[in-house]
Write a protein that binds this ligand. Structure first.
Ligand code: PGA
Length: 266
């Protein structure tokens, strides 16, 4: 696991944007895994600016989002399809037919289960995800894989934890129906991505970040599974990194990595 600690959330977004640009320009047919939530918004803003400046094109890129709420329509402004349209898809040159978000607008469990299975097949048919962007929940979830989710899980219907429902309350108006079910990529699905980039910012994430990087491998902190991925990069701001015991070591590693990159081995 590569741990990168940067001064501010904006630095985190810039670093993540550079990584996305590298993947998309190296292979114009690349497959991206995308996340919603407040953390990646700054990344999407940056990608939109670079695309508008002609520095980047998503013309042949395919994207798969991690998850979607069950119980609200795609047109609801809090659906993750609407989120992605608003923050990225409608603002760049991507072909909307190449943007996938789990289809969760049915209330029939059989249809939802079928949609989840079809999502897995579509990822597989596309050749798998080159770079998966992740955030982390305060309870250590990735996607909507809540604590105790199996590390072998695939795209499926998942019940949200009370803490996740609470954390997302701010996006719904008082008295409005708030989803407590979702279709989410599984942890097994996420782990098949060729590279994973997890972004975390702010003090509120510091404990989850510590559990993910320095805690035991446990389904109580689903993100800890990234310790087992061959190419996982965690990008943190100072606040999210504030509880890490080996913080100085991670900073030192990055310094050395930079020197190696410049051919300065000693
Ligand atoms: P956030 O959510 O970026 O809004 O904090 C992250 C997550 O729950 O995965």
């Amino acid at each position: 696991m590569q741990v990168i600690i940067l001064p501010t959330p904006n630095d985190v977004a810039q670093y993540a944007a550079n990584s996305v640009v590298d993947v998309v320009t190296e292979n114009t047919n690349s497959i991206l895994g995308l996340a919603t939530g407040s953390t990646p918004i700054a990344l999407y803003d940056e990608l939109v600016s670079r695309c508008r400046a002609g520095l980047l094109s998503f013309k042949n890129t395919k994207t798969f989002n991690l998850d979607e709420y069950i119980g609200i329509s795609e047109c609801h402004e809090q659906s993750y399809r609407a989120f992605m349209n608003r923050h990225l898809f409608n603002l760049v040159d991507i072909n909307s037919a190449n943007t996938y978000v789990p289809l969760a607008d049915s209330l029939d469990p059989e249809v939802l289960a079928r949609n989840a299975k079809a999502y897995e097949s579509e990822i597989e048919r596309s050749g798998g995800i080159d770079l998966q962007i992740l955030g982390i929940g305060v309870n250590g979830h990735i996607g909507f894989n809540e604590p105790t989710s199996s590390f072998a899980s695939r795209t499926r219907i998942k019940t949200l934890s009370k803490s996740t429902v609470e954390a997302n309350k701010r996006f719904f108006t008082k008295g409005e129906f708030q989803p407590h079910l979702a279709i989410t990529m599984g942890i097994g699905t996420i782990l098949e991505s060729r590279a994973i980039l997890l972004m975390a910012t702010g003090k509120g994430k510091a404990q989850a970040v510590k559990d993910m990087i320095e805690g035991p491998l446990t389904s109580m902190c689903p993100a800890s599974v990234l310790q087992q991925h061959k190419k996982s990069i965690v990008i943190l701001d100072e606040e999210a990194a504030s509880l890490l015991s080996l913080k100085e070591y991670y900073l030192w590693c990055e310094e050395k990595r930079q020197q190696l990159h410049e051919g300065n081995l000693l």
